[in-house]
Design a protein around this ligand. Structure first.
Ligand SMILES: [Zn+2]
Length: 207
């Protein structure tokens, strides 16, 4: 019995340590990005009122991140360190009370400019993931490689507001032509307008 207990304890501490590692990596990457941002602004010569206060807290979402920085973040080392090669929603798990998940994901993770939950959705938890029709690297992660459909919130775990933002961004991207997509194949019944027997015999004679 004691052997099993020791084993479980070791497993528990190991999993906790790995979890801490993941969370610390994410906070490091975000802090790294923020610091880079501040340094860039300083290099440009913009006056920053109190650099420390300008670096907002982790849960503050009142200041939206520009798309250009979001696109740069998708290609940065900080992003690769945090997510690797998998889609951003792959390792996210919903957190709910009781045995069964609620029928829908939550309406929104952000209320009055701040994150209002301890388990925000994959888009809300990382403020540098910007849903926009120009940020194609992010949009392709939400499109199924098998049938080209947009992956449901049931699988990705996005909150309803971010899922709506995603739909808008993808439809806009298709309109602007920043992402490619397949037009559904249609099979036409040509016999309806080419009077079959006459037309076919004519074409054969001409050849
Ligand atoms: Zn959310």
């Amino acid at each position: 019995m004691s052997f099993i207990r020791v084993g479980l304890q070791i497993f528990g501490t190991a999993s906790r340590k790995s979890l801490q590692k993941v969370t610390s990596v994410r906070s490091i990457s975000q802090n790294f990005c923020r610091r880079q941002e501040v340094q860039e602004q300083q290099a440009e010569g913009n006056e920053i009122e109190g650099t420390e206060s300008n670096i907002h807290s982790d849960s503050d979402r009142s200041k939206p991140i520009p798309v250009e920085i979001g696109i740069k973040y998708m290609k940065s080392d900080a992003y690769k360190e945090t997510y690797g090669l998998e889609p951003i929603w792959k390792k996210y798990r919903r957190n709910y009370k009781g045995q069964f998940a609620p029928p829908k994901t939550r309406k929104t993770c952000v209320r009055q400019g701040f994150i209002a939950t301890s388990n925000p959705c994959p888009i809300c938890r990382d403020e540098y993931l910007v849903l926009d029709y120009r940020n194609t690297d992010l949009l392709y992660q939400f499109i199924s490689p098998y049938n080209g459909e947009i992956i449901d919130w049931n699988k990705t775990g996005l909150c309803q507001r971010q899922h709506l933002n995603l739909l808008v961004a993808i439809h806009k991207a298709r309109d602007f032509g920043t992402i490619s997509f397949d037009v559904p194949f249609r099979q036409y019944d040509y016999s309806e307008w080419c009077n079959s027997e006459v037309a076919f015999s004519d074409s054969k004679e001409n050849k």
